[in-house]
Design a protein around this ligand. Structure first.
Ligand SMILES: Nc1ncnc2c1ncn2[C@@H]1O[C@H](COP(=O)(O)OP(=O)(O)OP(=O)(O)O)[C@@H](O)[C@H]1O
Ligand SMILES: [Mg+2]
Length: 270
């Protein structure tokens, strides 16, 4: 079965539940909106913020939406998708983004990073916004090094914002005694929960609408089953919804019913 045939069967103008949604096409459920608002507040206050959530909860999407709304001329966004590059990698990314030539020795590089971060706003009128995604993968040493970066500055009035996004273990790790100093500097914390049933209903409808189907294509009990199995986490909702569309197509039916949703859920758990 091809995507083209599936699209033709349902009369979609594009495949629904896809990953590449422009910021203005995102579904504005409260958890998403709140995460975006907190990240933006944190940037405007030049502070340290932490956004957590289960796998597929919408952390990266919220971060990207918040960053996309920033005025480009007045911000220098430094997005680090994977912190397993280590502190050296993180420092190098920051220095490079701020137009520096990364120093060879780690100690020098750390100092260089701090001073470039501190100077960017004064010298070029651009606020550096450092975002570390998958931040639960940062080691304790890395987190301590990040604290050192914030140290020179964030107590007196920072010249940059730092956002950490990651799985819920990040929140727990920050509570460790060795990281208390960093934990105390966090001004904004937000945990993205799963969507409520009402949100999931709206979310599914939203994605179908974007694909050109404004009429109810999923039965209520099909959406309820998908909601329950996904616990309202968007990526899992997407996966189950697509599988249910395929099951419905294979059964040559027009409406995604509970049976199709159940088939998708079963297939997904195998
Ligand atoms: N507000 C939204 N509107 C539309 N789709 C969304 C929204 N939030 C999340 N999604 C969908 O859910 C998928 C997963 O979101 P995202 O990648 O942000 O999750 P994550 O929390 O970063 O997960 P991971 O822990 O795996 O990195 C996205 O690719 C997107 O398709
Ligand atoms: Mg992510």
């Amino acid at each position: 079965m091809s995507i083209d045939r599936l699209q033709a069967h349902y009369g979609f103008t594009k495949m629904p539940f896809s990953r590449d949604i422009p910021p203005q096409g995102l579904h504005p459920h409260p958890g998403h909106r709140e995460a975006v608002a907190r990240i933006q507040w944190c940037v405007s206050q030049r502070q340290l913020g932490v956004v957590t959530g289960e796998v597929g909860a919408g952390k990266t999407v919220a971060v990207r939406a918040a960053l996309a709304a920033l005025e480009p001329a007045r911000h220098q966004v430094i997005y680090i998708p994977d912190p397993t590059v280590g502190m050296r990698g993180i420092h190098t990314a920051i220095v490079t983004a701020l137009g520096g030539q990364p120093a060879f020795y780690s100690g020098v590089l750390a100092t260089q990073t701090a001073s470039l971060l501190a100077g960017e706003l004064d010298e070029r009128a651009r606020l550096p916004v450092v975002v570390i995604d998958e931040a639960h993968l940062l080691g304790n040493q890395d987190l301590e090094s990040l604290r050192m970066l914030t140290n020179s500055d964030m107590d007196t009035g920072a010249n940059f914002a730092l956002i950490l996004a990651g799985q819920p273990t990040l929140r727990r790790r920050l509570k460790l005694a060795v990281l208390a100093a960093l934990d105390q500097r966090i001004s904004t914390r937000y945990a993205i929960a799963g969507m409520t049933l009402a949100d999931t209903v709206g979310y599914v409808r939203h994605h179908l609408q974007l694909a050109g189907r404004a009429d109810p294509l999923f039965s209520d009990d099909a959406v309820a089953a998908i909601h329950q199995a996904s616990r309202g986490y968007p990526r899992q909702v997407n996966n189950l919804a697509v599988a249910a569309l395929i099951a419905t197509y294979a059964a040559d039916k027009a409406i995604v019913d509970q049976q199709a949703a159940q088939a998708a859920i079963t297939e997904n758990s195998e």
